[in-house]
Ligand binder design. Structure first.
Ligand SMILES: C[C@H]1O[C@H](OP(=O)(O)OP(=O)(O)OC[C@H]2O[C@@H](n3cnc4c(=O)[nH]c(N)nc43)[C@H](O)[C@@H]2O)[C@@H](O)[C@@H](O)C1=O
Length: 276
């Protein structure tokens, strides 16, 4: 967990910085990952209380979120908290849901390396596929036992299309080519199943390549914008599954136009655009 030594001294986001009222709580798995760090920063700016689930490690692995982490021991109102849990441990997931009572759950945790998934296929399936199922079941049972509603987001990947040729969309059949791809497909269908069987507000989001300075800059979609689009999916009246992509080197405005166009929405009504 972020130690005293590697906690940034810079001012953390607070309620006054936010664009909307401080009321909602989000639980994020994979918070120490590339996408988790961007999503967390975005949610904090929106005024959320953000709870991240992290795995116990003898080495601190919070480099990507240290700049937004405030040690709760030093700040009563720290709005980002980290808790030990694991997608392979169902009891830890349910316990933190009961404690945190989040409004939204974002499942970004994954053994996310395609090639490595051939080396450790069981582990990949356990975390990515069954881990997704464990989290969905924890959300479902928590909601049933506590009379609460939670909105659920499952991170999927364009890798799921595998050998299906482009163009690819929400209706393109999956043809996974690695244990990682197949595990993401399973997580995708578990999410659809919980939505259809239990009426859970659950969305899959199939992300094409998105990059940032934290990964090495390319001319593809900007990760920060993808996280914003991710959040917007949970703010709609009804849950759907979505593909998010750019066509070539679009500007951010063009990207948002495409992204919301298929929903029949204008992004200008939904996004307070902030040029970074
Ligand atoms: C392509 C890829 O794209 C996005 O992820 P990303 O941010 O780019 O990937 P990353 O590798 O940088 O982070 C993966 C995170 O996941 C955590 N992590 C793993 N295993 C457990 C685990 O068992 N428990 C917990 N709590 N965290 C775990 C791990 O510690 C790390 O924080 C997601 O869509 C992602 O889903 C995806 O597939």
């Amino acid at each position: 967990m972020a130690s005293q030594d590697n906690v940034s001294r810079s001012k953390a986001p607070n309620a006054n910085d936010s664009h909307i009222a401080l009321t909602k709580g989000a639980l994020v798995t994979g918070i120490t990952g590339h996408d988790g760090s961007y999503l967390t920063k975005f949610l904090l700016r929106k005024g959320y209380q953000v709870h991240g689930l992290i795995r116990r490690s003898s080495n601190y692995n919070t480099q990507r979120i240290n700049h937004i982490y405030v040690d709760p021991h030093n700040a009563n109102k720290a709005r980002m908290k980290l808790h030990y849990a694991d997608l392979s441990d169902a009891s830890s997931l349910r316990r933190w849901l009961d404690v945190i009572k989040p409004d939204e759950v974002y499942n970004l945790a994954a053994q996310s390396h395609v090639d490595v998934s051939f080396e450790i296929p069981d582990y990949t399936a356990d975390v990515v596929a069954t881990g997704g199922l464990r989290l969905l079941e924890a959300v479902r049972s928590h909601m049933a036992d506590n009379g609460r509603n939670i909105k659920y987001y499952q991170a999927c990947s364009s890798e799921m299309f595998g050998s299906t040729p482009p163009p690819q969309s929400e209706t393109t059949p999956f043809h996974p080519r690695s244990p990682y791809d197949a595990s993401k497909c399973a997580a995708h269908w578990y999410t659809v199943n919980y939505r259809e069987e239990y009426g859970l507000y659950a969305c899959n989001r199939i992300l094409f390549n998105h990059e940032s300075p934290r990964r090495g800059v390319t001319r593809l979609g900007f990760a920060g914008d993808y996280m914003e689009a991710m959040w917007l999916m949970l703010q709609q009246e009804k849950p759907y599954d979505y593909v998010v992509a750019t066509e070539g080197s679009h500007t951010v405005e063009e990207f948002l136009e495409v992204s919301f166009g298929y929903l029949g929405l204008s992004w200008k009504n939904h996004v307070e655009f902030d040029k970074r």
